[in-house]
Design a protein around this ligand. Sequence first.
Ligand code: HEC
Length: 162
Amino acid sequence: MRLRPLGMLSVAAVLAAGGLVVAGEISQAQDASAIIKERQEMMKENGNAMKTIGGYAQAGVGTLEDVSAAAGTLAQNAIDMPDLFPEGTSMTDVTDPENGAKPVIWEKWDEFLGDADALEFEALKLKELADNGNADAISAQFEILGTEGCGGCHQTFRQKLD
Ligand code: HEC
C-alpha cells in the first residue's frame, strides 16, 4: 500500500510554510526600520563632527585634536555607510520611519559608493592636516569636505525631510 494519510500532513506543511513566510516578512520590516534608524544616527553624528570641525575652522573653538578625532569619525562612517543602505530601504520602500534615501541610490550604486569614498578621502586629508598641526589649511579643507564629502552625495541621493 503506497498511499499514506497525507491530508493532515499537507495542511500542517502549508501552515508551517505560511508561518515562515509571514515571520520572514515581519523580521525583514524590523530589520529595515532598525537599519534606517542606525544610518540616520550615523548621519547625525556626521553633522556633529562637521560642527566640531567648523567651530574650529570658523571660530577657533576647540583644538586640533578635536578636529582630528571628528575627521577620523567621518572617515570611519564613510567606510561603514554603504552597509547601512541595503536594497529595500528607500524612502518609497519604507515610510515608517520616514527616511530620505532616494530610490536612485540603487540605480546608481557605483556613484553612491564613489560619493562615500570621496567623504573618506576628504576626511582623511583633513585629519592629516590636523595631525600635522597645519591649522591654517583646516578652513579650506573643511569647505571641500562639506561640498565634496557631504553635498555631492546629498545632491543626488538624499531627500531632505522637514
Ligand atoms: C554616500 C552618500 C552620503 C554621504 C557621503 C553623506 N550623506 Fe548624509 N545622507 C545621505 C542619505 C541618503 C540620507 C538620507 C538617509 C535616511 O533618511 O535614511 C542622508 C541624511 C543625512 C542627514 C539627516 C539624518 C536624519 O536624521 O534624517 C544628515 C544630518 C546628514 N545626512 C549629514 C551628512 C553629513 C554632515 C555628511 C558629510 C560629513 C554626510 N551626511 C555625508 C547620504 C550621504
